[in-house]
Design a protein around this ligand. Structure first.
Ligand code: HEM
Length: 274
């Protein structure tokens, strides 16, 4: 399977372009595995508790979670969590070229579901942040709210571009939407990589508002977004050296992502399922 994250194909026979493509595929496969694990955790922990009627269990994890009698807020939170599962599974599927090529109707329908889900999950999240709260201080609230707004903008633009039949621009904006939607996932994976790399919770703070958390509240989507822009440039216009440097960076980021996923699975997700 080859994942082409870019919108234009590298000239055939250009080795640097192939190496860059391989690095993008390596990162994507790694991330897709990590996102499936995240989705499984959401389904098993939140879905499992909801199915057994034990909504209180959500608060083992959530700070501003289930409130007895708080019907509207609980409903918004439940919708957010349900759609978090849908979007985490649907996102990677949109980027698999073989699915796009062989099952175009699926790509179209999954894309529509993805865009609508992106709006609803973000708006529900923004509502939850400012009515119920979340871990960390103001940086976390402001950071994730900006993330939500950017998701809405990117998803709307991707949609507008496909309606205008500007397929190249549509793909670029859809990739930006995917990276932005993955912000909460990057937050967890990056946080666990940081803790593992530092062999302890350096810069986390006892109220979860230390310098690293304040930086990563924005960095979790702005840094991956910057990497995507560099990749798009290297792929479409970067010379041989630019492509090789980018490929090396993506291989390195794949290793970092894999370590972060292992950390998040072992440290955050699995313990809540046992
Ligand atoms: C679009 C992709 C998103 C996904 C996949 C997602 C997923 C999740 C998940 C899985 C949780 C449960 C926390 C956990 O178990 O780790 C959660 C909680 C939450 N999310 Fe999101 N989320 C997304 C976007 C957002 C956005 C944009 C906002 C706000 C602007 C937001 C606000 C919240 C809030 C407030 C909670 C409850 C936190 C707490 O009570 O501690 N989410 N989200």
């Amino acid at each position: 399977m080859t994942v082409t994250l870019s919108t234009t194909r590298a000239a055939p026979g250009v080795k640097a372009g192939k190496v860059l493509g391989a690095s993008a595929t390596t990162w994507f496969v790694t991330a897709a595995i990590g996102q499936v694990l995240f989705a499984l955790y959401v389904a098993m922990f939140y879905g499992g508790a909801a199915l057994s009627g034990n909504f209180q269990k959500w608060n083992d994890v959530l700070v501003g979670g289930y409130v007895r009698g708080g019907t509207v807020g609980n409903l918004v939170l439940a919708i957010h969590l349900l759609l978090a599962f849908v979007i985490t599974v649907g996102g990677p599927l949109q980027l698999v070229p073989a699915l796009r090529a062989r099952f175009l109707p699926f790509h179209r329908w999954n894309g529509r579901v993805y865009m609508v889900t992106a709006f609803v999950v973000s708006l529900a999240g923004i509502y939850a942040v400012w009515t119920r709260g979340t871990a960390g201080g103001l940086a976390m609230r402001a950071g994730i709210s900006l993330n939500g707004l950017l998701i809405v903008i990117a998803a709307a633009t991707a949609w507008r571009m496909v309606l205008a039949r500007r397929i190249d621009a549509h793909r670029r904006w859809a990739l930006r939407a995917f990276i932005l939607v993955s912000g909460v996932w990057f937050f967890r994976v990056g946080l666990m990589f940081w803790i593992l790399a530092n062999q302890g919770p350096v810069g986390i703070g006892k109220d979860f508002d230390g310098p690293f958390v304040r930086f990563w509240a924005y960095g979790c989507y702005l840094v991956p977004l910057a990497v995507l822009e560099l990749y798009l440039r290297a792929h479409s216009g970067g010379g041989k050296n630019g492509r090789l440097v980018m490929a090396t960076g993506l291989f390195l980021l794949s290793a970092i992502t894999a370590i972060g996923i292992a950390g998040a699975a072992m440290g955050l997700w699995l313990p809540r399922l046992t």
